[in-house]
Design a protein around this ligand. Structure first.
Ligand code: C5P
Length: 300
């Protein structure tokens, strides 16, 4: 086998409850991840060295050197196997870069699956999960897909039962936001307000809405503790979120650390209408529709 291609989805967070800052610089979370139908594709081709090329949406903003998370994933896997494997990774991007939809984590997860296959390692998903957790807090979910609740720094996952399909609209912003900067702003805002930071708890009503496939109830329960920090750093997001609510979204929130905004629709048709209204309102660089949950990385 000379080359393997893996398709991998983006995620949106349905609940992101952020606990106090830990000694290791991370925060304990309750993070309800939901994989949606916006996909990157990663092709791994056998080669002697390690290299990466990025094509597509905002490709110029993705590093093509050792900072690329997908190459770091391939190196970590070769290290785990204890062999000097090589690979060229071609990443075709559709997931917004630094958009709060875990695009970098998705590419890393796809690289793990593709190289595991290409190099004939046959490692089980549990082994890939351990390597994934060392690469970044969102990489384990990117390997899993579907809908899951993450605790710890987001890497300890339990899959959730979800009835049916939810329909989404995503408003993409110009440029990205740094995840670390958004967490730091969240800490700063909390300190400034003297807010007592509670231990993060899963919202039972949100889990019930997912189990029952109840979009209306889910819309009310969507929540993201990083949202005020993302809006503080990028004031224009307030107008984007307002526009979605005014146009009849069942719920709206910043996706992860932003700046992508997510809007829940009643149906695929309603998502199409909402997307058209948001485009007309001129509150985003681009507006796309997607559905979830979708499975994790798939060899195509
Ligand atoms: O794990 P990852 O490298 O994706 O995290 C990026 C940054 O986001 C971390 O350096 C940290 O500042 C912040 N973070 C956090 N708590 C988490 C996850 C991420 O503070 N649970």
């Amino acid at each position: 086998m000379n080359s393997v291609t893996v398709r991998v989805p983006a995620k949106v967070n349905l609940q992101l409850a952020v606990g106090p800052l830990r000694d290791d610089g991370y925060h304990d979370l309750v993070n309800v991840f939901h994989a949606v139908s916006i996909f990157d594709e990663v092709t791994a081709t056998a080669e002697t060295g390690m290299s990466v090329r990025v094509e597509g949406e905002s490709a110029d903003q993705v590093p093509e050197d050792g900072d690329n998370l997908a190459i770091r994933a391939a190196l970590a896997l070769a290290g785990h196997a204890g062999r000097p494997y090589g690979v060229n990774l071609l990443i075709r991007k559709s997931i917004p870069v630094a958009g709060g939809m875990a695009g970098g984590s998705a590419d890393a997860a796809a690289a793990l699956v593709a190289c595991n296959e290409l190099w004939g390692l046959g490692l089980p998903r549990e082994d890939l999960m351990e390597i994934a957790a060392d690469l970044g807090s969102d990489v384990p979910f990117a390997l899993l897909g579907g809908t899951a609740v993450g605790t710890g720094r987001g890497e300890r996952l339990t899959s959730l039962d979800v009835a049916g399909t939810f329909h989404w609209v995503f408003a993409l912003a110009d440029g990205g936001l740094s995840t670390a900067a958004v967490y730091a702003e969240c800490d700063r805002l909390r300190q400034a307000s003297g807010e007592l930071v509670a231990w993060p708890q899963a919202a039972e009503a949100l889990l019930a809405a997912l189990r029952e496939g109840d979009a209306e109830a889910l819309g009310v329960q969507l929540g993201n503790d990083l949202q005020s920090a993302a809006v503080a750093l990028r004031g224009s997001l307030a107008r984007t979120l307002d526009a979605g609510r005014e146009q009849g979204a069942l719920g709206s929130l910043v996706s992860g650390s932003g700046p992508t905004c997510a809007f829940l629709a009643r149906s695929a048709a309603h998502a199409g209408e909402l997307a058209a209204c948001l485009k007309d309102a001129g509150v985003a660089r681009d507006v796309i529709t997607a559905h979830g949950p979708v499975p994790g990385p798939v060899v195509v």
